[in-house]
Design a protein around this ligand. Structure first.
Ligand code: FMN
Length: 349
C-alpha cells in the first residue's frame, strides 16, 4: 500500500535500473542541499485556525492564465524513458495541472503536446549556438508550448558522484529529440551528460540573454533557479511572468540555501508583480500549504512525478498528483483554510 510519497519513492527505487535510480535521486556533491530542501519543510510548524467553516473547500487557482485544479505543477526533469517506455508523453497525460517538458526529454515536444491533458510548458537551456536555440524556441512555440521556463542555475552541470561512478549515459535507443543530433550514448571519463552540457550550453548567458529570449519567445517566460530577492527584482524588470524558486532539486550548487528558506525574500521582491513558484523537496500536502503560506503561488515537483511514472505510467503520475491534491485539501480543512486565498503567513509558527 502506498500511503505517501515516501512509499512511492522507496518502491520506485526498487523497480528502477540502478543507473537510472541513481540519476533520478542524486544531488550534487555532498548532497547537503538535497537534504536541506526537505529539512526546511520539517522545521516549519503550522498554527491552525479554529471554527472556520471548511465544509466547502477549493484548491483551484490560476497560473500563467490557466485555470488549474490545484497549485502543483510538474517540474522539468530529463529522460523519462529511463522510467517508462512511454516517457514524457505518459507523464504529460497523467498531469492535470501544468506539465513542464525538459529540453533533455526522450520524447519530442510535437508528440508530448497532443498527448497531454493539460497545458505544456517548455524548459529551455540556452545553447552556445544562438541560431540553434532560436530555432528550438520557434519550434516549441509552434508545437504549442504555452510558456518557456528558462533554467538559470545550470551554467555548468553540478557534479553528482553516483553518475560519475556509474559513468551515466543513456541506454541504446534513447535519444534527445528536442536537441538535433544529440546522443548521450558514449561513456566518457565523467558522466556523458556533464560532457554534453559543457560542450553545448552557454555559461556566458547573462541578463542580456534573458532580454534576448524575451524578445523572441512570444509566450510568457518563467525564470527558474532564483533564490534571491535581488535576482527576482531584476527578473520582474525583465518582464517575466513567474520566477521559480529552485536549486534544481539540490543537484547544482551544493551548500545552497533550501528553497523554502529562500522563498520569503523572493516573494517580497516580486511583490505580486509576477507569480512565484517553488520547487525542491515538496513531498506532502502540508509542504504545499507551508510554501503557499510563505508566499508561493504554486509549487512544482520533480522526482515524485518520476516515481509515479516508474510505477504506473500516466496512471501513476496521476495518482501521485492526486495524492498531493488530497493531502493539500486535508491540510487546508484542518488548518481552517477553505480556499487558497485564506492561506497566509499567519499560519506559520
Ligand atoms: C532526474 C532529474 C532531472 C532534472 N532535469 C532537469 C532539467 O532537465 N531541467 C531543469 O531545469 N531542471 C531539471 N531538474 C530539476 C527539477 O526541475 C526540479 O528543480 C527539482 O527536481 C525539484 O526538486 P524535487 O525533485 O525535490 O521535487 C531535474 C531534477 C531531477 C531530479
Amino acid at each position: 500500500m502506498r500511503l505517501d510519497l515516501d512509499d512511492w519513492e522507496r518502491e520506485a527505487l526498487e523497480r528502477l535500473d540502478p543507473m537510472a535510480g541513481d540519476y533520478y535521486r542524486s544531488g550534487a556533491r555532498s548532497e547537503a542541499t538535497l537534504a536541506e530542501n526537505r529539512a526546511a519543510f520539517a522545521r516549519v510548524r503550522l498554527r491552525h485556525r479554529v471554527l472556520v467553516d471548511v465544509s466547502q473547500r477549493s484548491t483551484a487557482t490560476t497560473l500563467l492564465g490557466h485555470r488549474v485544479p490545484f497549485p502543483v505543477v510538474v517540474a522539468p526533469t530529463a529522460f523519462h524513458k529511463l522510467a517508462h517506455p512511454e516517457g514524457e508523453a505518459a507523464t504529460a497525460r497523467g498531469t492535470p495541472t501544468l506539465f513542464t517538458l525538459s529540453t533533455l526529454s526522450n520524447t519530442a515536444i510535437e508528440e508530448v503536446v497532443p498527448a497531454a491533458g493539460c497545458p505544456v510548458l517548455f524548459q529551455l537551456y540556452v545553447y552556445k549556438d544562438r541560431g540553434a536555440c532560436r530555432a528550438l524556441v520557434d519550434r516549441v512555440v509552434a508545437a504549442g508550448a504555452k510558456a518557456i521556463v528558462l533554467t538559470a542555475d545550470a551554467a555548468i552541470l553540478g557534479m553528482r558522484k553516483r553518475d560519475v561512478r556509474n559513468r551515466f549515459r543513456l541506454p541504446p535507443g534513447l535519444a534527445m529529440p528536442n536537441v538535433s543530433g544529440a546522443q548521450l550514448g558514449t561513456a566518457a571519463t565523467d558522466s556523458a551528460l556533464a560532457t554534453w552540457v559543457r560542450d553545448s550550453l552557454d555559461p556566458s548567458l547573462g541578463w542580456r540573454g534573458l532580454e534576448w529570449l524575451a524578445g523572441i519567445a512570444g509566450v510568457p517566460i518563467v525564470l527558474k533557479g532564483v533564490v534571491r530577492g535581488d535576482d527576482a527584482r531584476r527578473a520582474v524588470e525583465h518582464g517575466v511572468a513567474a520566477v521559480q524558486v529552485s536549486n534544481h532539486g539540490g543537484r547544482q550548487l551544493d551548500g545552497g540555501i533550501a528553497t523554502l528558506d529562500a522563498l520569503p525574500d523572493v516573494a517580497e521582491a516580486a511583490d505580486g508583480r509576477c507569480e512565484v513558484w517553488l520547487d525542491g523537496g515538496v513531498r506532502s500536502g502540508t509542504d504545499v500549504l507551508k510554501a503557499l503560506a510563505r508566499g508561493a503561488n504554486a509549487v512544482a515537483v520533480g522526482r515524485p512525478a518520476l516515481w509515479g511514472l516508474t510505477l504506473g505510467g500516466a496512471e501513476g503520475v496521476s495518482e501521485v498528483l492526486e495524492l498531493l491534491r488530497a493531502e493539500l485539501d486535508e491540510a487546508m480543512a484542518l488548518a481552517g483554510c477553505p480556499d487558497l486565498a485564506s492561506i497566509d503567513a499567519s499560519l506559520l509558527a
